[in-house]
Write a protein that binds this ligand. Structure first.
Ligand code: ADP
Ligand code: MG
Length: 266
């Protein structure tokens, strides 16, 4: 569409121009707002300001929705839904600070959450991820084993650098369940390459059941394990979550209740 065929002074041409300029919100709202503006005698500045304000607000909403979809974060696992009283070993204020201040992301620092299954490691890091998206950061959440497979396939096709560059778009990479990645499952040296590539530049967050000592099972050899751990912990916050399984505790009262109901009905 060439602007030459649009009479820019004619209201009939406005929808076409807004389409061409990719301003869908203004296109939807302009006619009603123009009518209200005429009726109420708004100054032209106010009309233009209100219209542009709507476009900007919706653009931000769309951008957030896209960032959240791109992140693959589990929906609903927000910090608001996280019961901090269940995890005495971590401070809520500390976690909120990580979610609200981006200094650590800017410096490419890491975040490591350790603890047995069911204590809320995935939920907590996902919650921090959601909060960072709200603040305009790009976050990607992946199971570590899935990421290893993806990088491994990229290396086979000689496009590992391109795949690593794609991941570079994200300010924070959350690798869930690092200790479930096994070196026999796929060649995990690609994981080391990722860690080395992001070192001191871009943040990585990790959840793991097993402490560092068991990571020999993950990386191809001892030297690589030491080198990976070294880079991960050099600038890192470590959240130790050695508490009882939240899942198991949450199941207990329900079970008790069920057996009570059973007793009553018997
Ligand atoms: P992990 O990753 O440590 O195995 P998850 O984060 O998957 O544990 O938590 C297991 C389940 O329990 C999830 O449904 C999670 O939302 C819930 N959960 C765990 N800890 C908490 C908590 N402190 N507050 C609220 N929900 C929790
Ligand atoms: Mg988990």
């Amino acid at each position: 569409m060439s602007s030459a065929v649009v009479n820019t002074a004619d209201a009939a041409g406005v929808p076409l121009m807004l389409t061409e300029l990719r301003l869908p919100t203004m296109k939807r709202l302009w006619a009603d707002l123009a009518e209200q503006s005429n009726r109420e005698g708004w100054p032209a500045e106010r009309f233009l300001g209100v219209l542009l304000g709507h476009e900007m607000a919706e653009r931000e909403t769309r951008r957030l929705a896209r960032a959240r979809a791109d992140s693959q974060l589990p929906p609903g696992k927000s910090l608001a839904q996280f019961d901090f009283s269940a995890v005495a070993t971590i401070s809520k204020a500390h976690v909120i600070a990580l979610a609200e201040a981006d200094g650590w992301l800017v410096q490419g620092q890491n975040l490591l959450a350790f603890g047995p299954p069911g204590v809320g490691k995935t939920h907590l890091l996902a919650g921090i991820g959601h909060a960072l998206i709200d603040r305009g950061h790009k976050v990607l959440f992946m199971r570590t084993s899935e990421l290893v497979q993806r990088l491994q396939a990229a290396r086979r096709d000689l496009r590992l650098p391109a795949e690593l560059a794609k991941l570079d778009r994200f300010d924070l990479l959350i690798l869930d369940d690092l200790s479930y990645a096994r070196r026999d499952q796929a060649e995990t040296s690609v994981l080391f390459e990722l860690i080395a590539e992001r070192y001191e530049r871009k943040s990585i967050a990790i959840t793991a059941n097993a402490p560092f000592s068991a990571w020999d099972e993950v990386f191809p050899d001892k030297a690589m394990t030491v080198a990976a751990v070294d880079r991960l912990v050099h600038h890192a916050t470590i959240l130790e979550m050695n508490v009882d399984s939240y899942r198991r505790r949450a199941a207990l009262p329900a079970r008790r209740q069920r057996s009570e109901t059973k007793t009553k009905t018997q």
